[in-house]
Write a protein that binds this ligand. Structure first.
Ligand SMILES: *[C@@H]1O[C@H](CO)[C@@H](O)[C@H](O)[C@H]1NC(C)=O
Ligand SMILES: *[C@@H]1O[C@H](CO)[C@@H](O)[C@H](O)[C@H]1NC(C)=O
Ligand SMILES: *[C@@H]1O[C@H](CO)[C@@H](O)[C@H](O)[C@H]1NC(C)=O
Ligand SMILES: *[C@@H]1O[C@H](CO)[C@@H](O)[C@H](O)[C@H]1NC(C)=O
Ligand SMILES: *[C@@H]1O[C@H](CO)[C@@H](O)[C@H](O)[C@H]1NC(C)=O
Ligand SMILES: *[C@@H]1O[C@H](CO)[C@@H](O)[C@H](O)[C@H]1NC(C)=O
Ligand SMILES: *[C@@H]1O[C@H](CO)[C@@H](O)[C@H](O)[C@H]1NC(C)=O
Ligand SMILES: *[C@@H]1O[C@H](CO)[C@@H](O)[C@H](O)[C@H]1NC(C)=O
Ligand SMILES: *[C@@H]1O[C@H](CO)[C@@H](O)[C@H](O)[C@H]1NC(C)=O
Length: 713
């Protein structure tokens, strides 16, 4: 405690006004929507997380699992580390790398593995993490053409976990738009998509390089994306969209089976594009040929036998001849293995059963081993390729927990109010338990206990919902039980963190301090990243300060009323420097901004700045605008429909300025803002279309003579 005493932190409002600090514990930090619900406690909920930091998050968000194979450990702390708070209104995203790489896109998102990330995060008890992340792609600035993706499929399958069909229905128009983003790259003659992305301008110019082949991966993703749109259209009762996308999915699947399935090799393979008018498949099996099954392709036919190649000494298990080839080319890639595990599970549960439970569990266990560094790595050698610090330690590019929950334990989410439990369990397993996973608004526990002595729940198979037992029986093996559940409502209204600043030092909200250790920066206290490490390498600290006290100050762009403050503190005494203290993250929570007024100074600014202006009601506005300026509002809740937008601005020029209004990534309207001689005026436009849920409204353009105060919507 003593180490904290030298820190005085101050949450200041702005240089202009000082506000009254109101603290209400109910508002922070965001807790799961169903925090009042209690589950069961058969397992120890303390010891498994005792070596981790951020225990509150873990306790409130993860299911506890017990299985006989101890290699298969959970990876929740890794997922936790990748949650980044971006900006109020946009909320959380999942990063791929904690330290941004050069090719990361808006807010440090990378869409390549977003499908895996959604699959993983769908099991967090708090729904808002993955809701926010999905909307960063469906409505926000996430780049959905940087890499090929199955985000729409993941969105739909996620709706089967939380049971929130309305959230998915709200995204239906966005899903169709994201699908059509790929139209220009679709090869109409071949009937499917090439492995690279052609620039929208055409002329064979590449937007993103890739193999000049038709691949089983992308085409399977797109079948799944089309079917996800059809399924969500079905939720919405929109039969036209449903039948269109059902047809698109079927045609694409047929093209995959016609051209990418090699009867000779009994495997899905690539088809090289250039000089190959007959679309002859290549010779040589690659792991990517096993991706389609997890998306439901090839399961009904006799194609699923291809998976046996994974376990074949003449196939993927072949001993390697050349050590140099081995180190370069034969490695495990978590992104790919995560797909393969889901394909194996789909094949196991499919109509043909060419693989065994032991094979599945062995693959999963080996994969878990590869996630260790100095343990027992797989497949061939004790080294990681491309292992570099600040890069490889936390690489959120695959799934781990989802393969245990849905893969192994067989918690198979359903779109109606039921739950299928169909584990892929080796014969010699006598028990397993998964406790308190969030499902359709409930907390569910599933216990298997062959002789009934371990959990003593009155049978070999028991299910609990919100702590109440709903099943106790001795089912035949293998277990395959469909369980009906009550309807439960999920409330929302998650607080927002108004201190988070994704833009960097020097932007609002601003962090500065009376002293900062030379290797750190006050900005690190509000950058939205919280590293749960022994020594969190992302903090403000007064290590080696010579003063008796130091102040960390957060300055907001306008006066704010706040509900509560969360401090993630680190005692910097460990470095041997007296009584220094680090602030890993400082979060300031308020209820969600409910409008109708949204201040421009709270939005995410690019090529624009917060400027003081006594003539404006909030005392500050957005200025220093130019042609390429972006003023991005987010979190504008709506029931959907056509609304009126009122923009408060001033223009001290004599000519009118045009501003484009983009809603959820679609340009809708151009506003003509006439001269106001520097006074604030309101420009009203009608016919702005919002979607149900959280909207992103972006203003584009401007000039140095223009200032924007707020929008009212
Ligand atoms: C089950 O059998 C497999 C294969 O023999 C073995 O590797 C594993 O350790 C056994 N597991 C248990 C829980 O007995
Ligand atoms: C998405 O990423 C690709 C590849 O880096 C780039 O060409 C494209 O301009 C990006 N799109 C957006 C909207 O940022
Ligand atoms: C369905 O597809 C047809 C033909 O491609 C298209 O004209 C129509 O607009 C689509 N309808 C919907 C609701 O998407
Ligand atoms: C099963 O495989 C054989 C050999 O590749 C093929 O001739 C046959 O059409 C396949 N059957 C189905 C239902 O796909
Ligand atoms: C990791 O990145 C942080 C932030 O960019 C930097 O301060 C730190 O020195 C880096 N550490 C290593 C070992 O490269
Ligand atoms: C849910 O759907 C499954 C099939 O997908 C069906 O067998 C079951 O009866 C349905 N359950 C409820 C509660 O509607
Ligand atoms: C932060 O910067 C402001 C403006 O320059 C200054 O008034 C304030 O004293 C600084 N705060 C701290 C804690 O150094
Ligand atoms: C903090 O230090 C300043 C001078 O460095 C001193 O004036 C002030 O009284 C100190 N405040 C506390 C609470 O110790
Ligand atoms: C408008 O205001 C800006 C910023 O204060 C100033 O640079 C510019 O000269 C003004 N223009 C006119 C026409 O008054």
């Amino acid at each position: 405690m003593e180490s904290y005493s030298r820190l005085r932190w101050l949450v200041f409002l702005t240089s202009f006004v000082i506000f009254a600090l109101q603290v209400s514990l109910a508002q922070a930090p965001p807790q799961p929507e169903n925090i009042e619900t209690h589950g069961t406690s058969f397992l120890d909920h303390e010891t498994p997380i005792s070596q981790f930091w951020g225990k509150t998050f873990l306790k409130e968000n993860i299911p506890f699992i017990e299985i006989p194979d101890k290699t298969i450990q959970d990876r929740w702390s890794s997922l936790q580390r990748h949650l980044r708070y971006t900006v109020a209104g946009t909320g959380y995203i999942l990063t791929e790398f904690c330290q941004p790489v050069g090719y990361a896109q808006a807010l440090n998102t990378i869409n390549a593995a977003a499908g895996h990330q959604i699959d993983e995060a769908r099991w967090l008890r708090s729904k808002f993490y993955v809701d926010d992340y999905i909307q960063a792609y469906t409505r926000g600035p996430g780049n959905t053409t940087q890499y090929t993706h199955w985000i729409l499929d993941a969105l739909y399958r996620r709706s089967k976990v939380d049971g929130d069909k309305q959230f998915a229905i709200n995204q239906l128009a966005d899903m169709a738009r994201l699908w059509h983003e790929w139209d220009y790259t679709f090869d109409m003659n071949a009937g499917f998509l090439p492995g690279f992305v052609v620039a929208p301008t055409g002329n064979d110019q590449l937007q993103y390089d890739g193999p000049d082949t038709y691949r089983p991966s992308l085409n399977a993703y797109m079948v799944a994306n089309a079917r996800a749109i059809a399924a969500v259209a079905n939720y919405a009762g929109n039969s036209k969209v449903e039948s269109n996308f059902t047809l698109i999915g079927s045609n694409l699947e047929a093209a995959v089976n016609r051209h990418l399935w090699s009867p000779d090799q009994q495997f899905y393979v690539d088809v090289i594009r250039p000089n190959n008018p007959d679309l002859k498949p290549i010779s040589g099996r690659e792991e990517v040929g096993l991706y389609p099954y997890r998306f439901g392709i090839g399961l009904e036919s006799n194609h699923s036998g291809a998976a046996l190649a994974l376990f074949d000494p003449q196939g993927f298990q072949a001993p390697l001849l050349d050590q140099t080839i081995l180190t370069e080319n034969f490695q495990s890639w978590p992104f790919s293995t995560a797909h393969i595990l889901k394909s194996l599970a789909a094949i196991y549960r499919g109509p043909n059963l060419p693989i065994t439970a032991d094979q599945y569990v062995q693959t999963l266990s080996t994969y878990a081993g590869t996630q260790q560094k100095n343990g027992v790595p797989y497949p061939f050698e004790d080294s990681w390729s491309s292992d570099s610090s600040n890069h490889s330690e936390h690489y959120d590019h695959s799934t781990n927990n989802d393969d245990v929950i849905t893969g192994l334990l067989g918690i198979v989410p359903q779109s109606n109010n039921s739950l299928l439990v169909s584990p892929i369990m080796p014969k010699n397993w006598t028990y397993f338990a998964i406790e308190n996973f969030a499902y359709h608004g409930h907390l569910i526990s599933v216990l298997y206990d062959a002789d009934g002595k371990r959990y003593k729940c009155g049978g070999s198979f028991c299910v609990f919902s919100d702590g109440k037992q709903i099943v106790s029986k001795n089912p035949a093996s293998p277990i395959h039980e469909l369980i009906s559940l009550d309807t439960a409502l999920i409330s929302s209204g998650i607080p927002v963190n108004i201190a988070a600043n994704p833009n960097g030092f020097g932007y609002y909200p601003m962090a500065n301090a009376t002293y900062t250790f030379y290797a750190d920066n006050p900005y690190k206290a509000i950058d939205g990243y919280l590293f749960y490490d022994d020594i969190p390498n992302n903090r403000w600290t007064n290590y080696q300060s010579k003063s008796s006290n130091d102040t960390l100050q957060i300055t907001f762009a306008r006066p704010r009323t706040i509900s509560s403050v969360t401090l993630a503190l680190y005692s910097d005494v460990a470095r041997g420097g007296g009584k220094a203290v680090g602030v890993c993250e400082l979060e300031v929570w308020t209820p969600p901004i409910s409008g109708p007024t949204y201040y421009a100074v709270d939005s995410l600014l690019t090529n624009a700045a917060v400027v003081k202006d006594a003539a404006a009601s909030a005392g500050s506005v957005v200025g220093q605008l130019a042609i390429e300026s972006v003023v991005a509002f987010s979190g504008i809740e709506s029931a959907g429909g056509t609304v009126k937008l009122a923009l408060s601005y001033s223009n001290n020029g004599s000519t009118a300025m045009n501003i484009d209004v983009k809603v959820n990534q679609v340009r809708q309207i151009t506003l003509s803002l006439s001269g106001t001689k520097g006074k604030y005026a309101i420009e009203i436009v009608t016919g702005v279309n919002l979607e149900a849920g959280k909207n992103f409204v972006t203003l584009l353009g401007g000039s140095s003579q223009l200032r924007i105060e707020s929008i009212n919507i």
